[in-house]
Design a protein around this ligand. Structure first.
Ligand SMILES: Cc1cc2nc3c(=O)[nH]c(=O)nc-3n(C[C@H](O)[C@H](O)[C@H](O)COP(=O)(O)O)c2cc1C
Length: 238
C-alpha cells in the first residue's frame, strides 16, 4: 500500500514523534512518501485565481503543488499532521491547503479522492488541537475524501519531547498504535463508502454547474464536470 504524509511542521518535535509512532505499524509493508511544510510548498497563494479560471498548471507554484497532488492521488492512505498554532493548523499547512482550493467540490474535485481514507494527527499544549484537525478536515472533506479519522492530543506537559515523561509518551503510543492497527486492517482494494454528506454536496454542486454551463458552456469548472460525465449520469464514487 502507499501512504502519503503531509507534515505541517519541519520540526522533529512532538508532532513528528507522534507521526512516527503512527507509521511504525506500516514500516514493513507500505511505501511511504513524506512532505514537510513549508519546505515542500514554500510559497503563499497570492489569489491570482488562475487555477480556478484557467488551469492549475499555470500556477506560479505548480511545480510544488502538482508534485504533492500526484502523491496524494496515488496514495491509499493520506496522513496529515499539525501542532496547534494559536488554535489552528500551522500557517505552512494553511498555505498548502489554500493552493488546493481548485480541488474543492464546487470547482474541480479529483475523482480519485472519493473513496479515499485519511488520518489527521494534531496536538497542542492545552487547547486547540481539535480546531486544528478541523482546519485540515474541512479541506479533505470538500476534496471529496469520505473516510477521515482524526486523533488529537493535549500534552498538558512540557512541549519539549525529551522532557515529557515516559508514562505520558506510552499513553500517546497506545492510542496511535491502536488507530494505526485499525487503518492497517482496511482492505484498500475497495474504496471507502462515499457517504451521504459527500453525495449531497456533490449533487448540490452538480445543479450549480449545470446552471453555470447554461450561461457559459466554456466555463472551466463546468467543462471539467461535463468531461467527467458528472453533469450526466457518471458519479465519482463506486
Ligand atoms: C506559534 C505557536 C503557537 C502555539 N499555539 C498553541 C495554542 O494555541 N494552544 C496550545 O495548546 N498550544 C500551542 N502551541 C504549542 C504547540 O501546539 C505544540 O504543542 C508545540 O509546539 C510542540 O509541538 P512540536 O514539537 O511539534 O512543535 C503553540 C506553539 C507555537 C510554536
Amino acid at each position: 500500500m502507499k501512504i502519503t504524509v503531509i507534515n505541517g511542521t519541519e520540526k522533529h518535535g512532538v508532532t513528528y514523534r507522534m507521526k512516527e509512532m503512527f507509521l511504525e505499524e506500516f514500516k514493513n509493508d507500505a511505501e511511504i512518501t513524506e512532505y514537510y511544510l513549508p519546505k515542500d510548498c514554500p510559497n503563499f497563494c497570492v489569489g491570482c485565481t488562475t487555477c480556478f479560471l484557467k488551469d492549475e498548471h499555470l500556477c506560479k507554484d505548480a511545480e510544488y503543488i502538482q508534485r504533492i497532488e500526484r502523491s496524494l492521488l496515488e496514495a491509499d492512505l493520506l496522513v496529515f499532521t499539525s501542532p496547534a498554532y494559536v488554535f489552528h493548523a500551522t500557517g505552512a499547512m494553511k498555505a498548502m491547503l489554500d493552493h488546493f482550493g481548485y480541488r474543492w467540490m464546487p470547482h474541480r474535485p479529483a475523482k480519485e479522492m472519493f473513496g479515499k481514507r485519511a488520518v489527521i494527527i494534531t496536538q497542542c499544549l492545552g487547547s486547540g488541537a481539535k480546531p486544528t484537525a478541523k482546519d485540515i478536515k474541512d479541506s479533505l472533506s470538500w476534496w471529496g475524501v469520505t473516510a477521515i479519522k482524526t486523533i488529537s492530543f493535549k500534552l498538558m506537559a512540557d512541549i519539549d519531547w525529551n522532557k515529557i515523561d515516559e508514562k505520558k509518551k506510552e499513553g500517546f503510543r497506545k492510542k496511535l498504535t491502536s488507530l494505526a492497527k485499525k487503518m492497517h486492517r482496511v482492505d484498500y482494494s475497495r474504496p471507502a463508502s462515499a457517504g451521504l454528506m459527500a453525495k449531497a454536496k456533490f449533487m448540490v454542486v452538480r445543479m450549480l454547474q449545470t446552471s453555470l454551463g447554461k450561461q457559459d458552456p466554456e466555463y472551466t469548472d463546468y467543462k471539467y464536470w461535463k468531461e467527467n460525465g458528472w453533469i450526466d449520469k457518471v458519479r465519482p464514487w463506486k
